[in-house]
Design a protein around this ligand. Structure first.
Ligand code: NDP
Length: 335
């Protein structure tokens, strides 16, 4: 079978491409420009003609994916802006929304062989501000972020601007699907992860140019960046990629929004896990306050019963995640 993966040069997408190739698929990776596909071509050279790259330009343009969807059986749409640096929230909302609706429209028009579209959503579209432990499931929507972005524009919090882009893109996708369902030959699945960390295999020029989530991880390990922030939840990128494969193959995933999370964490726990590795993969890991969060309750917890029921995934633990990620960070240039 042939799968189209959008944003293929991204952190998560590169792992999705690898996972589908290993499972025997032919993969078409969509990137903005041909040059962004060069690293992927050498990374996946061993798969020969089973891997190809297509340049689609900026996905905000009408019909950007029209050619890319032709002849594929499955679409995995991951492309979306991932950054907390934006002034006007529409710098994030517009590309997220246009990319998502754009690919669905292209599939509707030209994806005659497509059976399913899997989209990378986020727990950003599920969580909401809290001061006490909150257990969230797939029925929750981050409406407060949308309110903040729409009401306060550039003055909305950086996180809410990103969250709003994920909520609005996901809602628009479900609306499109509900409206057109009777005339479509494909169904829709959303995979919603919390923080995604793991060894990068996409092109990274230096430890200052990691993707946003791994950058926060690295900046915390060497400089304590996130140490005093709230707990969150995480998933290993390799398990998330496996979930995207299963989302494409499992009948029971049809029409579902599925949280994929390994569990909650305090940043100090990641620092402690990093310090427990011998020999130390990186020379400059901070100590923080070891064990400080041992009895501290987690704020965000996700109900992952749907993930377990539909995918039955066995997930990696934090020690594996931290060790493998640090080993791959150690191979990158500092500047
Ligand atoms: P990356 O920044 O590594 O990848 C994002 C990809 O989207 C890149 O390939 C980028 O292309 C592409 N893209 C963004 N805007 C456009 C555009 N206008 N036109 C064409 N392509 C575009 O991010 P991640 O791998 O971390 O994230 C991938 C997905 O996973 C996103 O949907 C994100 O919201 C979601 N997610 C990520 C989490 C995380 O912790 N990392 C957590 C939860 C969800 P280019 O390189 O050319 O800019």
């Amino acid at each position: 079978a042939r799968v189209l993966v959008t944003g293929a040069n991204g952190f998560i997408a590169a792992w999705i491409v690898r996972t589908f190739l290993e499972a025997g698929y032919t993969v078409r990776g969509a990137v903005r420009s041909a040059s962004k596909g060069e690293h992927l071509k050498s990374l996946f050279a061993a798969y020969g003609e089973r891997f190809e790259v297509v340049a689609v330009g900026d996905m905000q343009e009408d019909g950007a994916f029209d050619e890319a969807v032709k002849g594929v059986d499955l679409v995995e749409h991951t492309a979306s802006p991932v950054t907390l640096v934006a002034d006007d929230p529409y710098e994030l909302i517009t590309p997220a929304l246009k990319g998502t609706i754009g690919i669905l429209e292209s599939v509707k028009k030209y994806g005659t062989s497509v059976k399913r579209v899997v989209i990378t959503g986020s727990c950003a579209s599920i969580l909401r501000p809290t001061t006490e432990t909150l257990v969230l499931d797939e029925t929750a929507w981050n409406e407060p972020a949308v309110f903040d972005a729409k009401e306060n524009g550039a003055k909305a919090t950086p996180l809410n601007k990103y969250c709003a882009s994920k909520v609005l893109a996901e809602k628009a996708a479900w609306e499109f699907y509900e409206k057109n369902k009777s005339s479509l030959s494909w169904d829709l699945v959303f995979i919603n992860p919390p923080y995604v960390f793991g060894p990068p295999i996409h092109y990274v020029s230096s430890l200052k140019a990691l993707n946003s989530s791994n950058q926060e991880l690295y900046d915390t390990l060497v400089a304590g960046a996130m140490l005093n922030t709230n707990s969150n939840a995480w998933i290993d990128v390799r398990d998330l990629a496996q979930a995207h494969l299963l989302a494409g193959e499992t009948a029971g995933a049809s029409g579902e929004r599925i949280i994929v999370s390994a569990g909650p964490f305090h940043w100090q726990e990641i620092v402690d896990a990093a310090n427990a590795i011998t020999p130390a993969p990186l020379p400059n890991i901070i100590k923080g306050t070891p064990g400080a969060t041992k009895d501290k309750p987690y704020l965000y917890m996700y109900d992952t019963s749907k993930m377990h029921r539909i995918f039955g995934l066995k997930l990696r633990g934090m020690d594996d995640l931290v060790r493998d990620t640090l080993v791959s960070f150690a191979a990158l240039k500092k500047e």
